[in-house]
Design a protein around this ligand. Structure first.
Ligand code: FMN
Length: 172
């Protein structure tokens, strides 16, 4: 593995992919990284659908313009019945956080393998669940097109727009 900070700095949202499908062994490593993600109480409520069929990809193209020609798109979500529910803060639940950590593991492991990805929230969530006939207990959180970056793929203008000098950190 690359030095982690270098990997985090290098990674950017890839929005243009080659036509090559990702290798099965790469997908297996990506899924392994998803499996290792920490989740609240280790309840592991994450759910990852790997969409690679032409029919599935076409459905997603109807549900968002953010598919970027990828030949693999992940629907990442969680099981509402399995997520942790706080006993001390009514209504506070962990599913979105758990799914987000899983997605982050996927994104970074993918990059380590030379595979690009883009986190996509801009999609019709309810229509996606309906189009893929997901069970009622599964809540999609994000889509993630993944694939080998096209030769002319480059970081978007917002890639380096980090808060200046870590201004989001406050010691209290
Ligand atoms: C929660 C979240 C939602 C996002 N939704 C979208 C999206 O719908 N479409 C898209 O093209 N990029 C989306 N992005 C990617 C961001 O625009 C991108 O991460 C940000 O501009 C920084 O650029 P970088 O990833 O290249 O460093 C999303 C990222 C996050 C973390």
């Amino acid at each position: 593995m690359k030095d982690f900070l270098n990997l985090a700095e290098e990674r950017y949202s890839v929005r243009k992919f080659t036509d090559e499908q990702i290798r099965e062994e790469d997908l297996a490593r990506i899924i392994a990284a998803a499996n290792l993600a920490p989740t609240a109480h280790n309840y592991q409520p994450q759910k990852v659908y790997v969409v690679q069929s032409q029919e599935g990809l076409e459905k997603l193209q109807q549900l968002t313009h953010c598919t970027y020609g990828a030949r693999t798109i992940l629907i990442i979500g969680y099981d509402k019945e399995k997520e942790w529910k706080s006993p001390i803060e009514p209504g506070y639940r962990s599913g979105v956080q758990d799914a987000s950590i899983v997605a982050t593991h996927i994104m970074l492991e993918a990059w380590d393998l030379g595979i690009g990805s883009c986190w996509v929230d801009y999609f019709k969530v309810k229509d996606t669940a309906a189009a893929f006939e997901l069970p009622d207990n599964i809540e999609p959180v994000l889509l993630m097109p993944i694939g080998y970056p096209a030769q002319d793929s480059k970081p978007g203008p917002m890639h380096k727009a980090y808060p200046e000098q870590n201004t989001f950190v406050e010691i209290i």
